[in-house]
Design a protein around this ligand. Sequence first.
Ligand code: XIL
Length: 308
Amino acid sequence: LAERQGLLVGAAVDLAALYDPLEPDYARLLAREFNLVVAENAMKWASLSNERGQYSFTGADALVRFARQHGQRLRGHTLIWHEQLPAWVRGGTFSREAMLAVMQEHIQAVAGHFRGQVAYWDVVNEAVSDRGGLRETPFLRAVGPDYLEHAFRFARAADPQAKLFYNDYGADGMGAKSDEIYALLKALKAKGVPIDGVGFQAHLDSTFSPQQARMRENLQRFADLGLEVHITELDVQLKGAGSREERLEAQARVYAEVLAACRAVRGCTAVTLWGFTDAHSWRAAAEPLIFDPLYRPKPAYEALLRAL
Ligand code: XIL
Protein backbone atom coordinates (compact mmCIF):
# COMPACT_ATOMS: atom_id res chain seq x y z
CA LEU A 1 0.00 0.00 0.00
CA ALA A 2 2.73 2.46 0.95
CA GLU A 3 4.90 1.66 -2.03
CA ARG A 4 2.07 2.55 -4.40
CA GLN A 5 1.90 6.04 -2.92
CA GLY A 6 5.64 6.56 -3.00
CA LEU A 7 5.91 6.26 0.77
CA LEU A 8 8.62 4.29 2.53
CA VAL A 9 7.63 2.31 5.62
CA GLY A 10 10.66 1.10 7.52
CA ALA A 11 11.72 -0.89 10.53
CA ALA A 12 14.82 -0.92 12.70
CA VAL A 13 16.49 -4.32 12.68
CA ASP A 14 17.99 -6.31 15.54
CA LEU A 15 20.66 -8.36 13.73
CA ALA A 16 20.68 -11.09 16.37
CA ALA A 17 16.95 -11.67 15.89
CA LEU A 18 17.26 -11.56 12.10
CA TYR A 19 19.66 -14.48 12.16
CA ASP A 20 18.10 -16.41 15.06
CA PRO A 21 17.03 -19.78 13.58
CA LEU A 22 14.42 -20.07 16.33
CA GLU A 23 12.66 -16.96 15.04
CA PRO A 24 11.93 -17.45 11.34
CA ASP A 25 8.97 -15.06 11.58
CA TYR A 26 11.31 -12.14 12.24
CA ALA A 27 12.95 -12.20 8.79
CA ARG A 28 9.71 -13.24 7.10
CA LEU A 29 7.71 -10.28 8.42
CA LEU A 30 10.58 -7.85 7.95
CA ALA A 31 10.81 -8.82 4.29
CA ARG A 32 7.04 -8.83 3.74
CA GLU A 33 5.94 -5.66 5.52
CA PHE A 34 8.68 -3.06 4.99
CA ASN A 35 10.34 -1.36 2.05
CA LEU A 36 13.06 0.28 4.14
CA VAL A 37 15.36 -1.02 6.89
CA VAL A 38 17.80 0.53 9.34
CA ALA A 39 20.15 -1.16 11.80
CA GLU A 40 18.98 -0.63 15.38
CA ASN A 41 22.60 -0.72 16.56
CA ALA A 42 24.89 -2.34 13.99
CA MET A 43 26.03 0.83 12.19
CA LYS A 44 26.77 2.83 15.34
CA TRP A 45 30.39 3.77 16.00
CA ALA A 46 30.91 1.43 18.98
CA SER A 47 29.31 -1.47 17.08
CA LEU A 48 31.78 -1.06 14.22
CA SER A 49 34.99 -0.20 16.02
CA ASN A 50 36.79 -0.16 19.39
CA GLU A 51 40.15 0.98 18.12
CA ARG A 52 41.06 3.87 15.91
CA GLY A 53 41.19 2.78 12.27
CA GLN A 54 39.94 -0.79 12.95
CA TYR A 55 36.46 -1.57 11.67
CA SER A 56 34.41 -4.73 11.46
CA PHE A 57 31.41 -4.52 9.14
CA THR A 58 30.17 -8.11 9.35
CA GLY A 59 26.77 -7.47 10.98
CA ALA A 60 26.02 -4.32 9.05
CA ASP A 61 27.02 -5.94 5.75
CA ALA A 62 24.55 -8.76 6.42
CA LEU A 63 21.74 -6.20 6.72
CA VAL A 64 22.83 -4.52 3.49
CA ARG A 65 22.60 -7.91 1.75
CA PHE A 66 19.17 -8.61 3.27
CA ALA A 67 17.90 -5.24 2.05
CA ARG A 68 19.25 -5.82 -1.45
CA GLN A 69 17.73 -9.31 -1.62
CA HIS A 70 14.33 -7.95 -0.65
CA GLY A 71 14.33 -4.75 -2.67
CA GLN A 72 14.41 -2.57 0.44
CA ARG A 73 16.04 0.83 0.84
CA LEU A 74 18.51 1.47 3.63
CA ARG A 75 18.81 4.19 6.24
CA GLY A 76 22.23 4.51 7.82
CA HIS A 77 22.20 5.22 11.56
CA THR A 78 24.33 7.02 12.71
CA LEU A 79 27.70 8.71 12.08
CA ILE A 80 28.11 11.38 14.75
CA TRP A 81 26.31 10.81 18.07
CA HIS A 82 27.40 11.22 21.70
CA GLU A 83 26.22 7.72 22.70
CA GLN A 84 27.52 4.26 21.82
CA LEU A 85 30.99 5.68 21.16
CA PRO A 86 34.24 3.77 21.57
CA ALA A 87 35.89 4.62 24.91
CA TRP A 88 38.84 6.37 23.27
CA VAL A 89 36.49 8.87 21.60
CA ARG A 90 34.13 9.27 24.56
CA GLY A 91 36.85 9.77 27.15
CA GLY A 92 39.70 11.23 25.11
CA THR A 93 41.05 14.76 25.11
CA PHE A 94 41.34 16.24 21.65
CA SER A 95 42.31 19.55 20.14
CA ARG A 96 39.92 20.99 17.56
CA GLU A 97 42.11 19.78 14.69
CA ALA A 98 42.59 16.33 16.23
CA MET A 99 38.84 15.81 16.73
CA LEU A 100 38.03 17.01 13.21
CA ALA A 101 40.51 14.44 11.92
CA VAL A 102 38.90 11.72 14.06
CA MET A 103 35.44 12.62 12.73
CA GLN A 104 36.63 12.76 9.15
CA GLU A 105 38.37 9.37 9.38
CA HIS A 106 35.30 7.76 10.92
CA ILE A 107 32.84 9.21 8.44
CA GLN A 108 35.12 8.34 5.53
CA ALA A 109 35.58 4.77 6.82
CA VAL A 110 31.88 4.09 7.41
CA ALA A 111 30.01 6.13 4.79
CA GLY A 112 32.81 5.21 2.39
CA HIS A 113 32.38 1.50 3.11
CA PHE A 114 28.63 1.67 2.37
CA ARG A 115 29.00 4.18 -0.45
CA GLY A 116 26.18 3.88 -2.99
CA GLN A 117 24.16 1.49 -0.82
CA VAL A 118 22.76 3.69 1.93
CA ALA A 119 19.98 5.92 0.61
CA TYR A 120 19.80 8.12 3.73
CA TRP A 121 22.39 8.75 6.42
CA ASP A 122 21.68 10.12 9.88
CA VAL A 123 24.88 12.17 9.86
CA VAL A 124 24.36 13.90 13.20
CA ASN A 125 22.06 12.51 15.88
CA GLU A 126 20.67 14.34 18.94
CA ALA A 127 22.95 17.39 18.85
CA VAL A 128 20.42 19.72 20.45
CA SER A 129 20.04 19.80 24.23
CA ASP A 130 16.66 19.44 25.93
CA ARG A 131 17.53 22.59 27.90
CA GLY A 132 18.29 24.69 24.82
CA GLY A 133 21.48 25.19 22.85
CA LEU A 134 23.77 22.49 21.55
CA ARG A 135 24.30 19.42 23.71
CA GLU A 136 27.63 19.05 25.55
CA THR A 137 29.32 16.24 23.64
CA PRO A 138 32.94 15.27 22.96
CA PHE A 139 32.48 16.84 19.50
CA LEU A 140 31.13 20.18 20.73
CA ARG A 141 33.79 20.33 23.44
CA ALA A 142 36.73 19.75 21.13
CA VAL A 143 35.59 21.40 17.91
CA GLY A 144 32.94 23.98 18.78
CA PRO A 145 29.48 24.48 17.23
CA ASP A 146 30.71 24.13 13.66
CA TYR A 147 31.35 20.41 14.18
CA LEU A 148 27.93 19.82 12.62
CA GLU A 149 28.72 21.44 9.31
CA HIS A 150 32.04 19.62 9.12
CA ALA A 151 30.26 16.32 9.72
CA PHE A 152 27.89 16.97 6.82
CA ARG A 153 30.71 18.00 4.50
CA PHE A 154 32.72 14.89 5.38
CA ALA A 155 29.65 12.74 4.75
CA ARG A 156 28.93 14.32 1.37
CA ALA A 157 32.54 13.67 0.32
CA ALA A 158 32.39 10.05 1.52
CA ASP A 159 29.10 9.18 -0.23
CA PRO A 160 27.89 11.84 -2.66
CA GLN A 161 24.69 9.93 -3.51
CA ALA A 162 23.36 9.45 0.01
CA LYS A 163 20.83 11.94 1.33
CA LEU A 164 22.18 13.44 4.52
CA PHE A 165 19.94 13.85 7.57
CA TYR A 166 19.93 15.53 10.96
CA ASN A 167 17.97 13.33 13.42
CA ASP A 168 16.58 14.08 16.90
CA TYR A 169 13.95 13.20 19.50
CA GLY A 170 11.45 15.31 21.43
CA ALA A 171 10.92 17.59 18.44
CA ASP A 172 7.97 15.84 16.79
CA GLY A 173 5.43 18.59 17.46
CA MET A 174 5.68 22.36 17.74
CA GLY A 175 7.73 23.39 20.78
CA ALA A 176 10.91 24.90 22.11
CA LYS A 177 13.17 22.05 21.03
CA SER A 178 11.75 21.83 17.53
CA ASP A 179 12.03 25.64 17.24
CA GLU A 180 15.69 25.32 18.13
CA ILE A 181 16.28 22.56 15.59
CA TYR A 182 14.40 24.55 12.98
CA ALA A 183 16.67 27.57 13.53
CA LEU A 184 19.77 25.36 13.47
CA LEU A 185 18.89 23.63 10.20
CA LYS A 186 17.75 26.86 8.57
CA ALA A 187 21.14 28.39 9.39
CA LEU A 188 23.01 25.35 8.07
CA LYS A 189 21.04 25.49 4.81
CA ALA A 190 21.66 29.23 4.47
CA LYS A 191 25.39 28.56 4.81
CA GLY A 192 25.30 25.99 2.01
CA VAL A 193 25.98 23.01 4.28
CA PRO A 194 25.08 19.78 2.44
CA ILE A 195 22.05 18.69 4.45
CA ASP A 196 19.13 17.06 2.66
CA GLY A 197 16.72 16.02 5.34
CA VAL A 198 15.53 15.95 8.92
CA GLY A 199 14.48 12.93 10.95
CA PHE A 200 11.99 13.02 13.80
CA GLN A 201 12.46 10.02 16.06
CA ALA A 202 8.92 9.98 17.47
CA HIS A 203 9.47 7.84 20.54
CA LEU A 204 5.95 8.36 21.84
CA ASP A 205 3.41 6.89 24.23
CA SER A 206 -0.27 6.14 23.87
CA THR A 207 -1.34 9.33 25.69
CA PHE A 208 0.35 11.51 23.06
CA SER A 209 -1.78 13.38 20.57
CA PRO A 210 -0.01 14.22 17.30
CA GLN A 211 -2.87 16.59 16.50
CA GLN A 212 -2.61 18.51 19.74
CA ALA A 213 1.16 18.63 19.38
CA ARG A 214 0.68 20.11 15.90
CA MET A 215 2.91 17.54 14.33
CA ARG A 216 1.76 18.15 10.76
CA GLU A 217 2.45 21.87 11.05
CA ASN A 218 5.90 21.10 12.48
CA LEU A 219 6.82 18.69 9.69
CA GLN A 220 5.54 21.19 7.14
CA ARG A 221 7.80 24.03 8.29
CA PHE A 222 10.87 21.80 7.89
CA ALA A 223 9.68 20.66 4.46
CA ASP A 224 9.27 24.32 3.55
CA LEU A 225 13.01 24.79 4.21
CA GLY A 226 13.54 22.39 1.32
CA LEU A 227 14.38 19.45 3.57
CA GLU A 228 13.12 15.91 3.05
CA VAL A 229 11.27 14.82 6.18
CA HIS A 230 11.34 11.34 7.76
CA ILE A 231 9.79 9.87 10.86
CA THR A 232 12.75 7.73 11.91
CA GLU A 233 12.19 5.77 15.13
CA LEU A 234 8.46 5.62 15.73
CA ASP A 235 7.28 3.57 18.68
CA VAL A 236 4.36 4.14 21.04
CA GLN A 237 4.59 2.85 24.59
CA LEU A 238 1.37 1.61 26.17
CA LYS A 239 0.49 4.04 28.93
CA GLY A 240 -2.44 5.70 30.64
CA ALA A 241 -5.71 4.80 32.30
CA GLY A 242 -8.36 2.41 31.06
CA SER A 243 -8.42 -1.20 30.07
CA ARG A 244 -5.70 -2.91 28.10
CA GLU A 245 -8.00 -2.86 25.05
CA GLU A 246 -8.44 0.89 25.41
CA ARG A 247 -4.70 1.42 25.65
CA LEU A 248 -4.13 -0.70 22.55
CA GLU A 249 -6.72 1.39 20.69
CA ALA A 250 -5.08 4.60 21.89
CA GLN A 251 -1.74 3.25 20.68
CA ALA A 252 -3.28 2.44 17.31
CA ARG A 253 -4.65 5.97 17.04
CA VAL A 254 -1.22 7.49 17.69
CA TYR A 255 0.36 5.34 14.96
CA ALA A 256 -2.37 6.28 12.49
CA GLU A 257 -2.17 10.00 13.31
CA VAL A 258 1.61 10.08 12.91
CA LEU A 259 1.28 8.38 9.54
CA ALA A 260 -1.46 10.83 8.56
CA ALA A 261 0.70 13.80 9.58
CA CYS A 262 3.51 12.55 7.36
CA ARG A 263 1.18 11.84 4.44
CA ALA A 264 -0.28 15.34 4.68
CA VAL A 265 3.14 16.89 4.07
CA ARG A 266 4.67 16.80 0.63
CA GLY A 267 8.32 16.03 1.30
CA CYS A 268 7.60 13.63 4.15
CA THR A 269 8.69 10.45 2.44
CA ALA A 270 9.34 7.78 5.07
CA VAL A 271 7.92 6.47 8.33
CA THR A 272 10.30 4.10 10.08
CA LEU A 273 9.38 2.18 13.23
CA TRP A 274 11.96 1.38 15.90
CA GLY A 275 11.40 -2.36 15.46
CA PHE A 276 8.15 -4.12 14.60
CA THR A 277 7.55 -6.87 17.17
CA ASP A 278 7.25 -6.39 20.92
CA ALA A 279 9.51 -9.44 21.19
CA HIS A 280 12.40 -7.19 20.15
CA SER A 281 12.17 -3.62 21.34
CA TRP A 282 14.39 -1.39 23.45
CA ARG A 283 11.21 -0.70 25.44
CA ALA A 284 9.70 -4.17 25.25
CA ALA A 285 7.95 -3.92 28.65
CA ALA A 286 5.78 -1.09 27.31
CA GLU A 287 4.80 -3.09 24.18
CA PRO A 288 5.40 -0.16 21.85
CA LEU A 289 5.31 -1.87 18.43
CA ILE A 290 2.73 -3.10 15.92
CA PHE A 291 3.15 -6.89 16.17
CA ASP A 292 2.88 -8.71 19.48
CA PRO A 293 5.71 -10.93 20.78
CA LEU A 294 4.24 -13.86 18.83
CA TYR A 295 4.28 -11.81 15.63
CA ARG A 296 0.53 -11.35 15.53
CA PRO A 297 -0.70 -7.97 14.23
CA LYS A 298 -1.96 -5.57 16.92
CA PRO A 299 -4.68 -2.92 16.45
CA ALA A 300 -1.86 -0.49 15.55
CA TYR A 301 -1.01 -2.59 12.49
CA GLU A 302 -4.61 -2.52 11.26
CA ALA A 303 -4.80 1.23 11.96
CA LEU A 304 -1.72 1.86 9.82
CA LEU A 305 -3.26 -0.11 6.97
CA ARG A 306 -6.45 1.92 7.21
CA ALA A 307 -4.47 5.17 7.26
CA LEU A 308 -2.65 4.33 4.02
C1 XIL B 1 18.76 2.43 21.07
C2 XIL B 1 18.62 0.96 20.74
O1 XIL B 1 17.28 0.70 20.43
C3 XIL B 1 19.07 0.11 21.92
O2 XIL B 1 19.10 -1.26 21.55
C4 XIL B 1 20.45 0.56 22.40
O3 XIL B 1 20.78 -0.16 23.56
C5 XIL B 1 20.47 2.04 22.67
O4 XIL B 1 20.05 2.74 21.52
N1 XIL B 1 17.66 7.26 19.82
C6 XIL B 1 18.42 6.72 18.80
C7 XIL B 1 18.63 5.26 18.74
O5 XIL B 1 18.85 7.46 17.89
O6 XIL B 1 19.88 4.92 18.22
C8 XIL B 1 18.45 4.61 20.09
O7 XIL B 1 18.51 3.19 19.92
C9 XIL B 1 17.14 5.04 20.71
C10 XIL B 1 17.11 6.53 20.91
